[in-house]
Design a protein around this ligand. Structure first.
Ligand code: CTP
Ligand code: MG
Length: 217
């Protein structure tokens, strides 16, 4: 679980994963959600530098096998660090943003089920609500993309462990998601339905939306 970001767009004093949501750190919600899906055996958290002990403490009560590693300069480096700590003999791995801390357990289960059924790489996606256009360097529209072909991508992304390991071994520059790395191997990536609640907390408005969502759950 990449949780090592600074959360610059959120603009809090603490790194985003440690910011409180309904009285608990975001990371606490994210890890409880994963374990609550009952199809995750162990979690490796990539923590912000100098916060590894704080992260261990805040997760002490969550239960379930957990390890914490210091993350890297970008998300790709953080995931790479966490992958290095994966337990021996693992056959399926999920990569899940701490910032998507309210992801419903059903989404986690759907991703795991699709990998178990034989897909080497699985990502949860949603249709794109806005019209998306390609623009040039001057901000002039080049063309309008066909929205029916586009998807917004969430996490957890699920992989046969060897496939993701190979994707990271290839390591040709940072990717914005993990499936992007295995696409470069020519591996087929399957999509399953995501969920609006799996949105990424990025800004203060997102944090407020998450508070409301939890009040209504
Ligand atoms: N992440 C990470 N290591 C990094 C950067 C990001 O583990 N060096 C993680 C974040 O903690 C988050 C996920 O990747 O769970 C998605 O990144 P993002 O939402 O961009 O979080 P931040 O990078 O923390 O936020 P910002 O870009 O606003 O600084
Ligand atoms: Mg970031």
């Amino acid at each position: 679980m990449p949780a090592a970001g600074r959360g610059e767009r959120l603009g809090a004093v603490l790194p985003k994963a440690l910011v409180a949501l309904a009285g608990r750190p975001l990371l606490w919600h994210a890890v409880s959600g994963l374990l609550g899906s009952r199809c995750v055996d162990s979690v490796v958290v990539a923590a912000p530098a100098s916060y590894a002990d704080a992260v261990r403490n805040l997760l002490a009560g969550v239960g379930g096998p957990l390890s914490v590693v210091t993350g890297g300069v970008d998300r790709t480096a953080s995931v790479r660090a966490a992958l290095a700590l994966a337990p021996v003999g693992v056959d399926i791995v999920l990569v899940h943003d701490a910032a998507r801390c309210l992801t419903p357990p059903a989404v986690v289960r759907a991703v795991v089920a699709a990998v178990r059924a034989g897909a080497p790489a699985v990502i949860p996606v949603l249709p794109v609500a806005d019209t998306v256009k390609r623009v040039d360097a001057n901000g002039v529209v080049v063309r309008t993309l066909d929205r029916s072909e586009l998807r917004a991508v969430q996490t957890p992304q699920g992989f046969a462990f060897d496939v993701l390991r190979q994707g990271y071994a290839l390591g040709s520059g940072p990717a914005t998601d993990d499936a992007g790395l295995v696409e470069r191997l020519g591996v087929k990536v399957l999509t399953v339905p995501g969920h609006p609640d799996a949105f990424k907390i990025t800004t203060a408005a997102d944090l407020a939306a998450a508070e409301l969502l939890l009040e209504r759950r």
